[in-house]
Design a protein around this ligand. Structure first.
Ligand SMILES: Cc1cc2nc3c(=O)[nH]c(=O)nc-3n(C[C@H](O)[C@H](O)[C@H](O)COP(=O)(O)OP(=O)(O)OC[C@H]3O[C@@H](n4cnc5c(N)ncnc54)[C@H](O)[C@@H]3O)c2cc1C
Length: 320
């Protein structure tokens, strides 16, 4: 009998975990649970805004999955290693439960979804200037990339980011972004913007841990929770660990956990290959590593490479 791994959430973390686990382990089946019909490749949104890909190309229909079993359901609660859907079917149980439900997003500028960001791009096309206002401790990531994409596509528009308030850890990312911003004439300031008609104001939403993650403790090295063989990865996990909820972090957690579970299935030993900074619990070094990963390349073009890899490798493998 193959081991069964239930993955809650088919975003970047859940899907990449599934890909890495199924690539590394035999005798394992993955059940992926998500309320949507499509995986949304959110990291690619700025590319679509910049006109490098179509918005529709960021949607990957879950029904095309062949290597993993897809269950369309919104999980309302977890109980041991079972996910309980809000309605419809009974509990979905496994030998392992990997929670990857993303973060809870609070705000009206829905650039975390393909549909919402397409609407923002349309509004930006018709506005004289586009101003992003950041006034949150943990804002939803991606606003810098979006601003960059809008300025690249419409260089004649004034595009600015106003960081009135932000958590300290985000500042290191903002510093790097400042360099890209200056190069293309994107303004950055710490003052709120003046109000003018014909301009588009985007209040950057806040990210909080998902309700499914409430009450869960996360081990920073193994992503285990206090419940045996129940793990939390992705945006909610990063937020709980006090780290910025960004895609590179979600991918790193997904890959690390997949390797450890594959190893346990093969040899009976759950072993995390921890980078030295991780083993030492050094948050500063983690942030430096993340900044390096995010900046080794021109942002939007760099992400095009990631998109091609996602479509050509990750999705191709899972849907072949
Ligand atoms: C516009 C934009 C640009 C970005 N650019 C970058 C970038 O350049 N670099 C970078 O590193 N990061 C970037 N990010 C951040 C990155 O996209 C996120 O960190 C990443 O998507 C997090 O992945 P995740 O799988 O944890 O969550 P998500 O991608 O949000 O996926 C969560 C999944 O869980 C599902 N789900 C939710 N609730 C339930 C439930 N109750 N039951 C079952 N399933 C559920 C959702 O439907 C969704 O499919 C960007 C974000 C945005 C919005």
């Amino acid at each position: 009998m193959p081991h069964r791994v239930v993955v809650v959430g088919g975003g970047i973390a859940g899907l990449y975990f599934t890909y890495r686990l199924l690539s590394a382990a035999r005798e394992v089946e993955v059940v992926l649970v998500d309320p949507k019909d499509y995986h949304e490749f959110v990291v690619g949104v700025p590319m679509a805004v910049a006109g490098l890909v179509e918005f529709k190309d960021l949607l990957f229909p879950f029904r095309q999955l062949t290597k993993a079993k897809f269950v369309k359901a919104r999980v309302a609660a977890i109980d041991e290693r079972c996910a309980r859907p809000a309605e419809g079917s009974g509990p979905i149980c496994g030998d392992y439960l990997v929670l990857a439900p993303g973060a809870l997003h609070i705000g009206s500028a829905q650039y975390w979804s393909v549909e919402g960001s397409a609407a923002i791009a349309q509004a930006a096309a018709g506005a004289k200037a586009v101003r992003f206002i950041v006034n949150e401790l943990t804002p939803v990531a991606g606003f810098q990339e979006l601003a960059y994409a809008i300025k690249s596509r419409w260089p004649e528009k004034e595009v600015s980011i106003h960081v009135v308030y932000i958590g300290e850890d985000y500042r290191s990312f903002m510093e790097v972004g400042k360099r890209w911003a200056q190069e293309i004439g994107l303004e950055m300031s710490e003052e709120p913007p003046p109000w003018r008609p014909d301009e588009l104001y985007i209040k950057v939403p806040a990210a909080r841990p998902h309700p499914l993650a409430a009450g869960l403790e996360v081990d920073p090295t193994t992503f285990e929770t206090q419940y045996e063989r129940v793990y939390l990865i992705g945006d909610s996990s990063l937020l709980k660990l006090g780290l910025p909820p960004i895609g590179w972090g979600a991918l790193w957690q997904a890959a690390t956990l997949a390797k450890a579970i594959a190893k346990e299935l093969e040899s009976g030993v759950f072993e995390v290959e921890a980078e030295s900074w991780l083993a030492e619990g050094d948050k500063e070094k983690f942030l430096q590593w993340m900044v390096y990963r995010m900046t080794s390349g021109t942002p939007v073009i760099h992400l095009k490479g990631l998109y091609d890899l996602w479509r050509g490798q990750v999705w191709r493998f899972l849907s072949a």
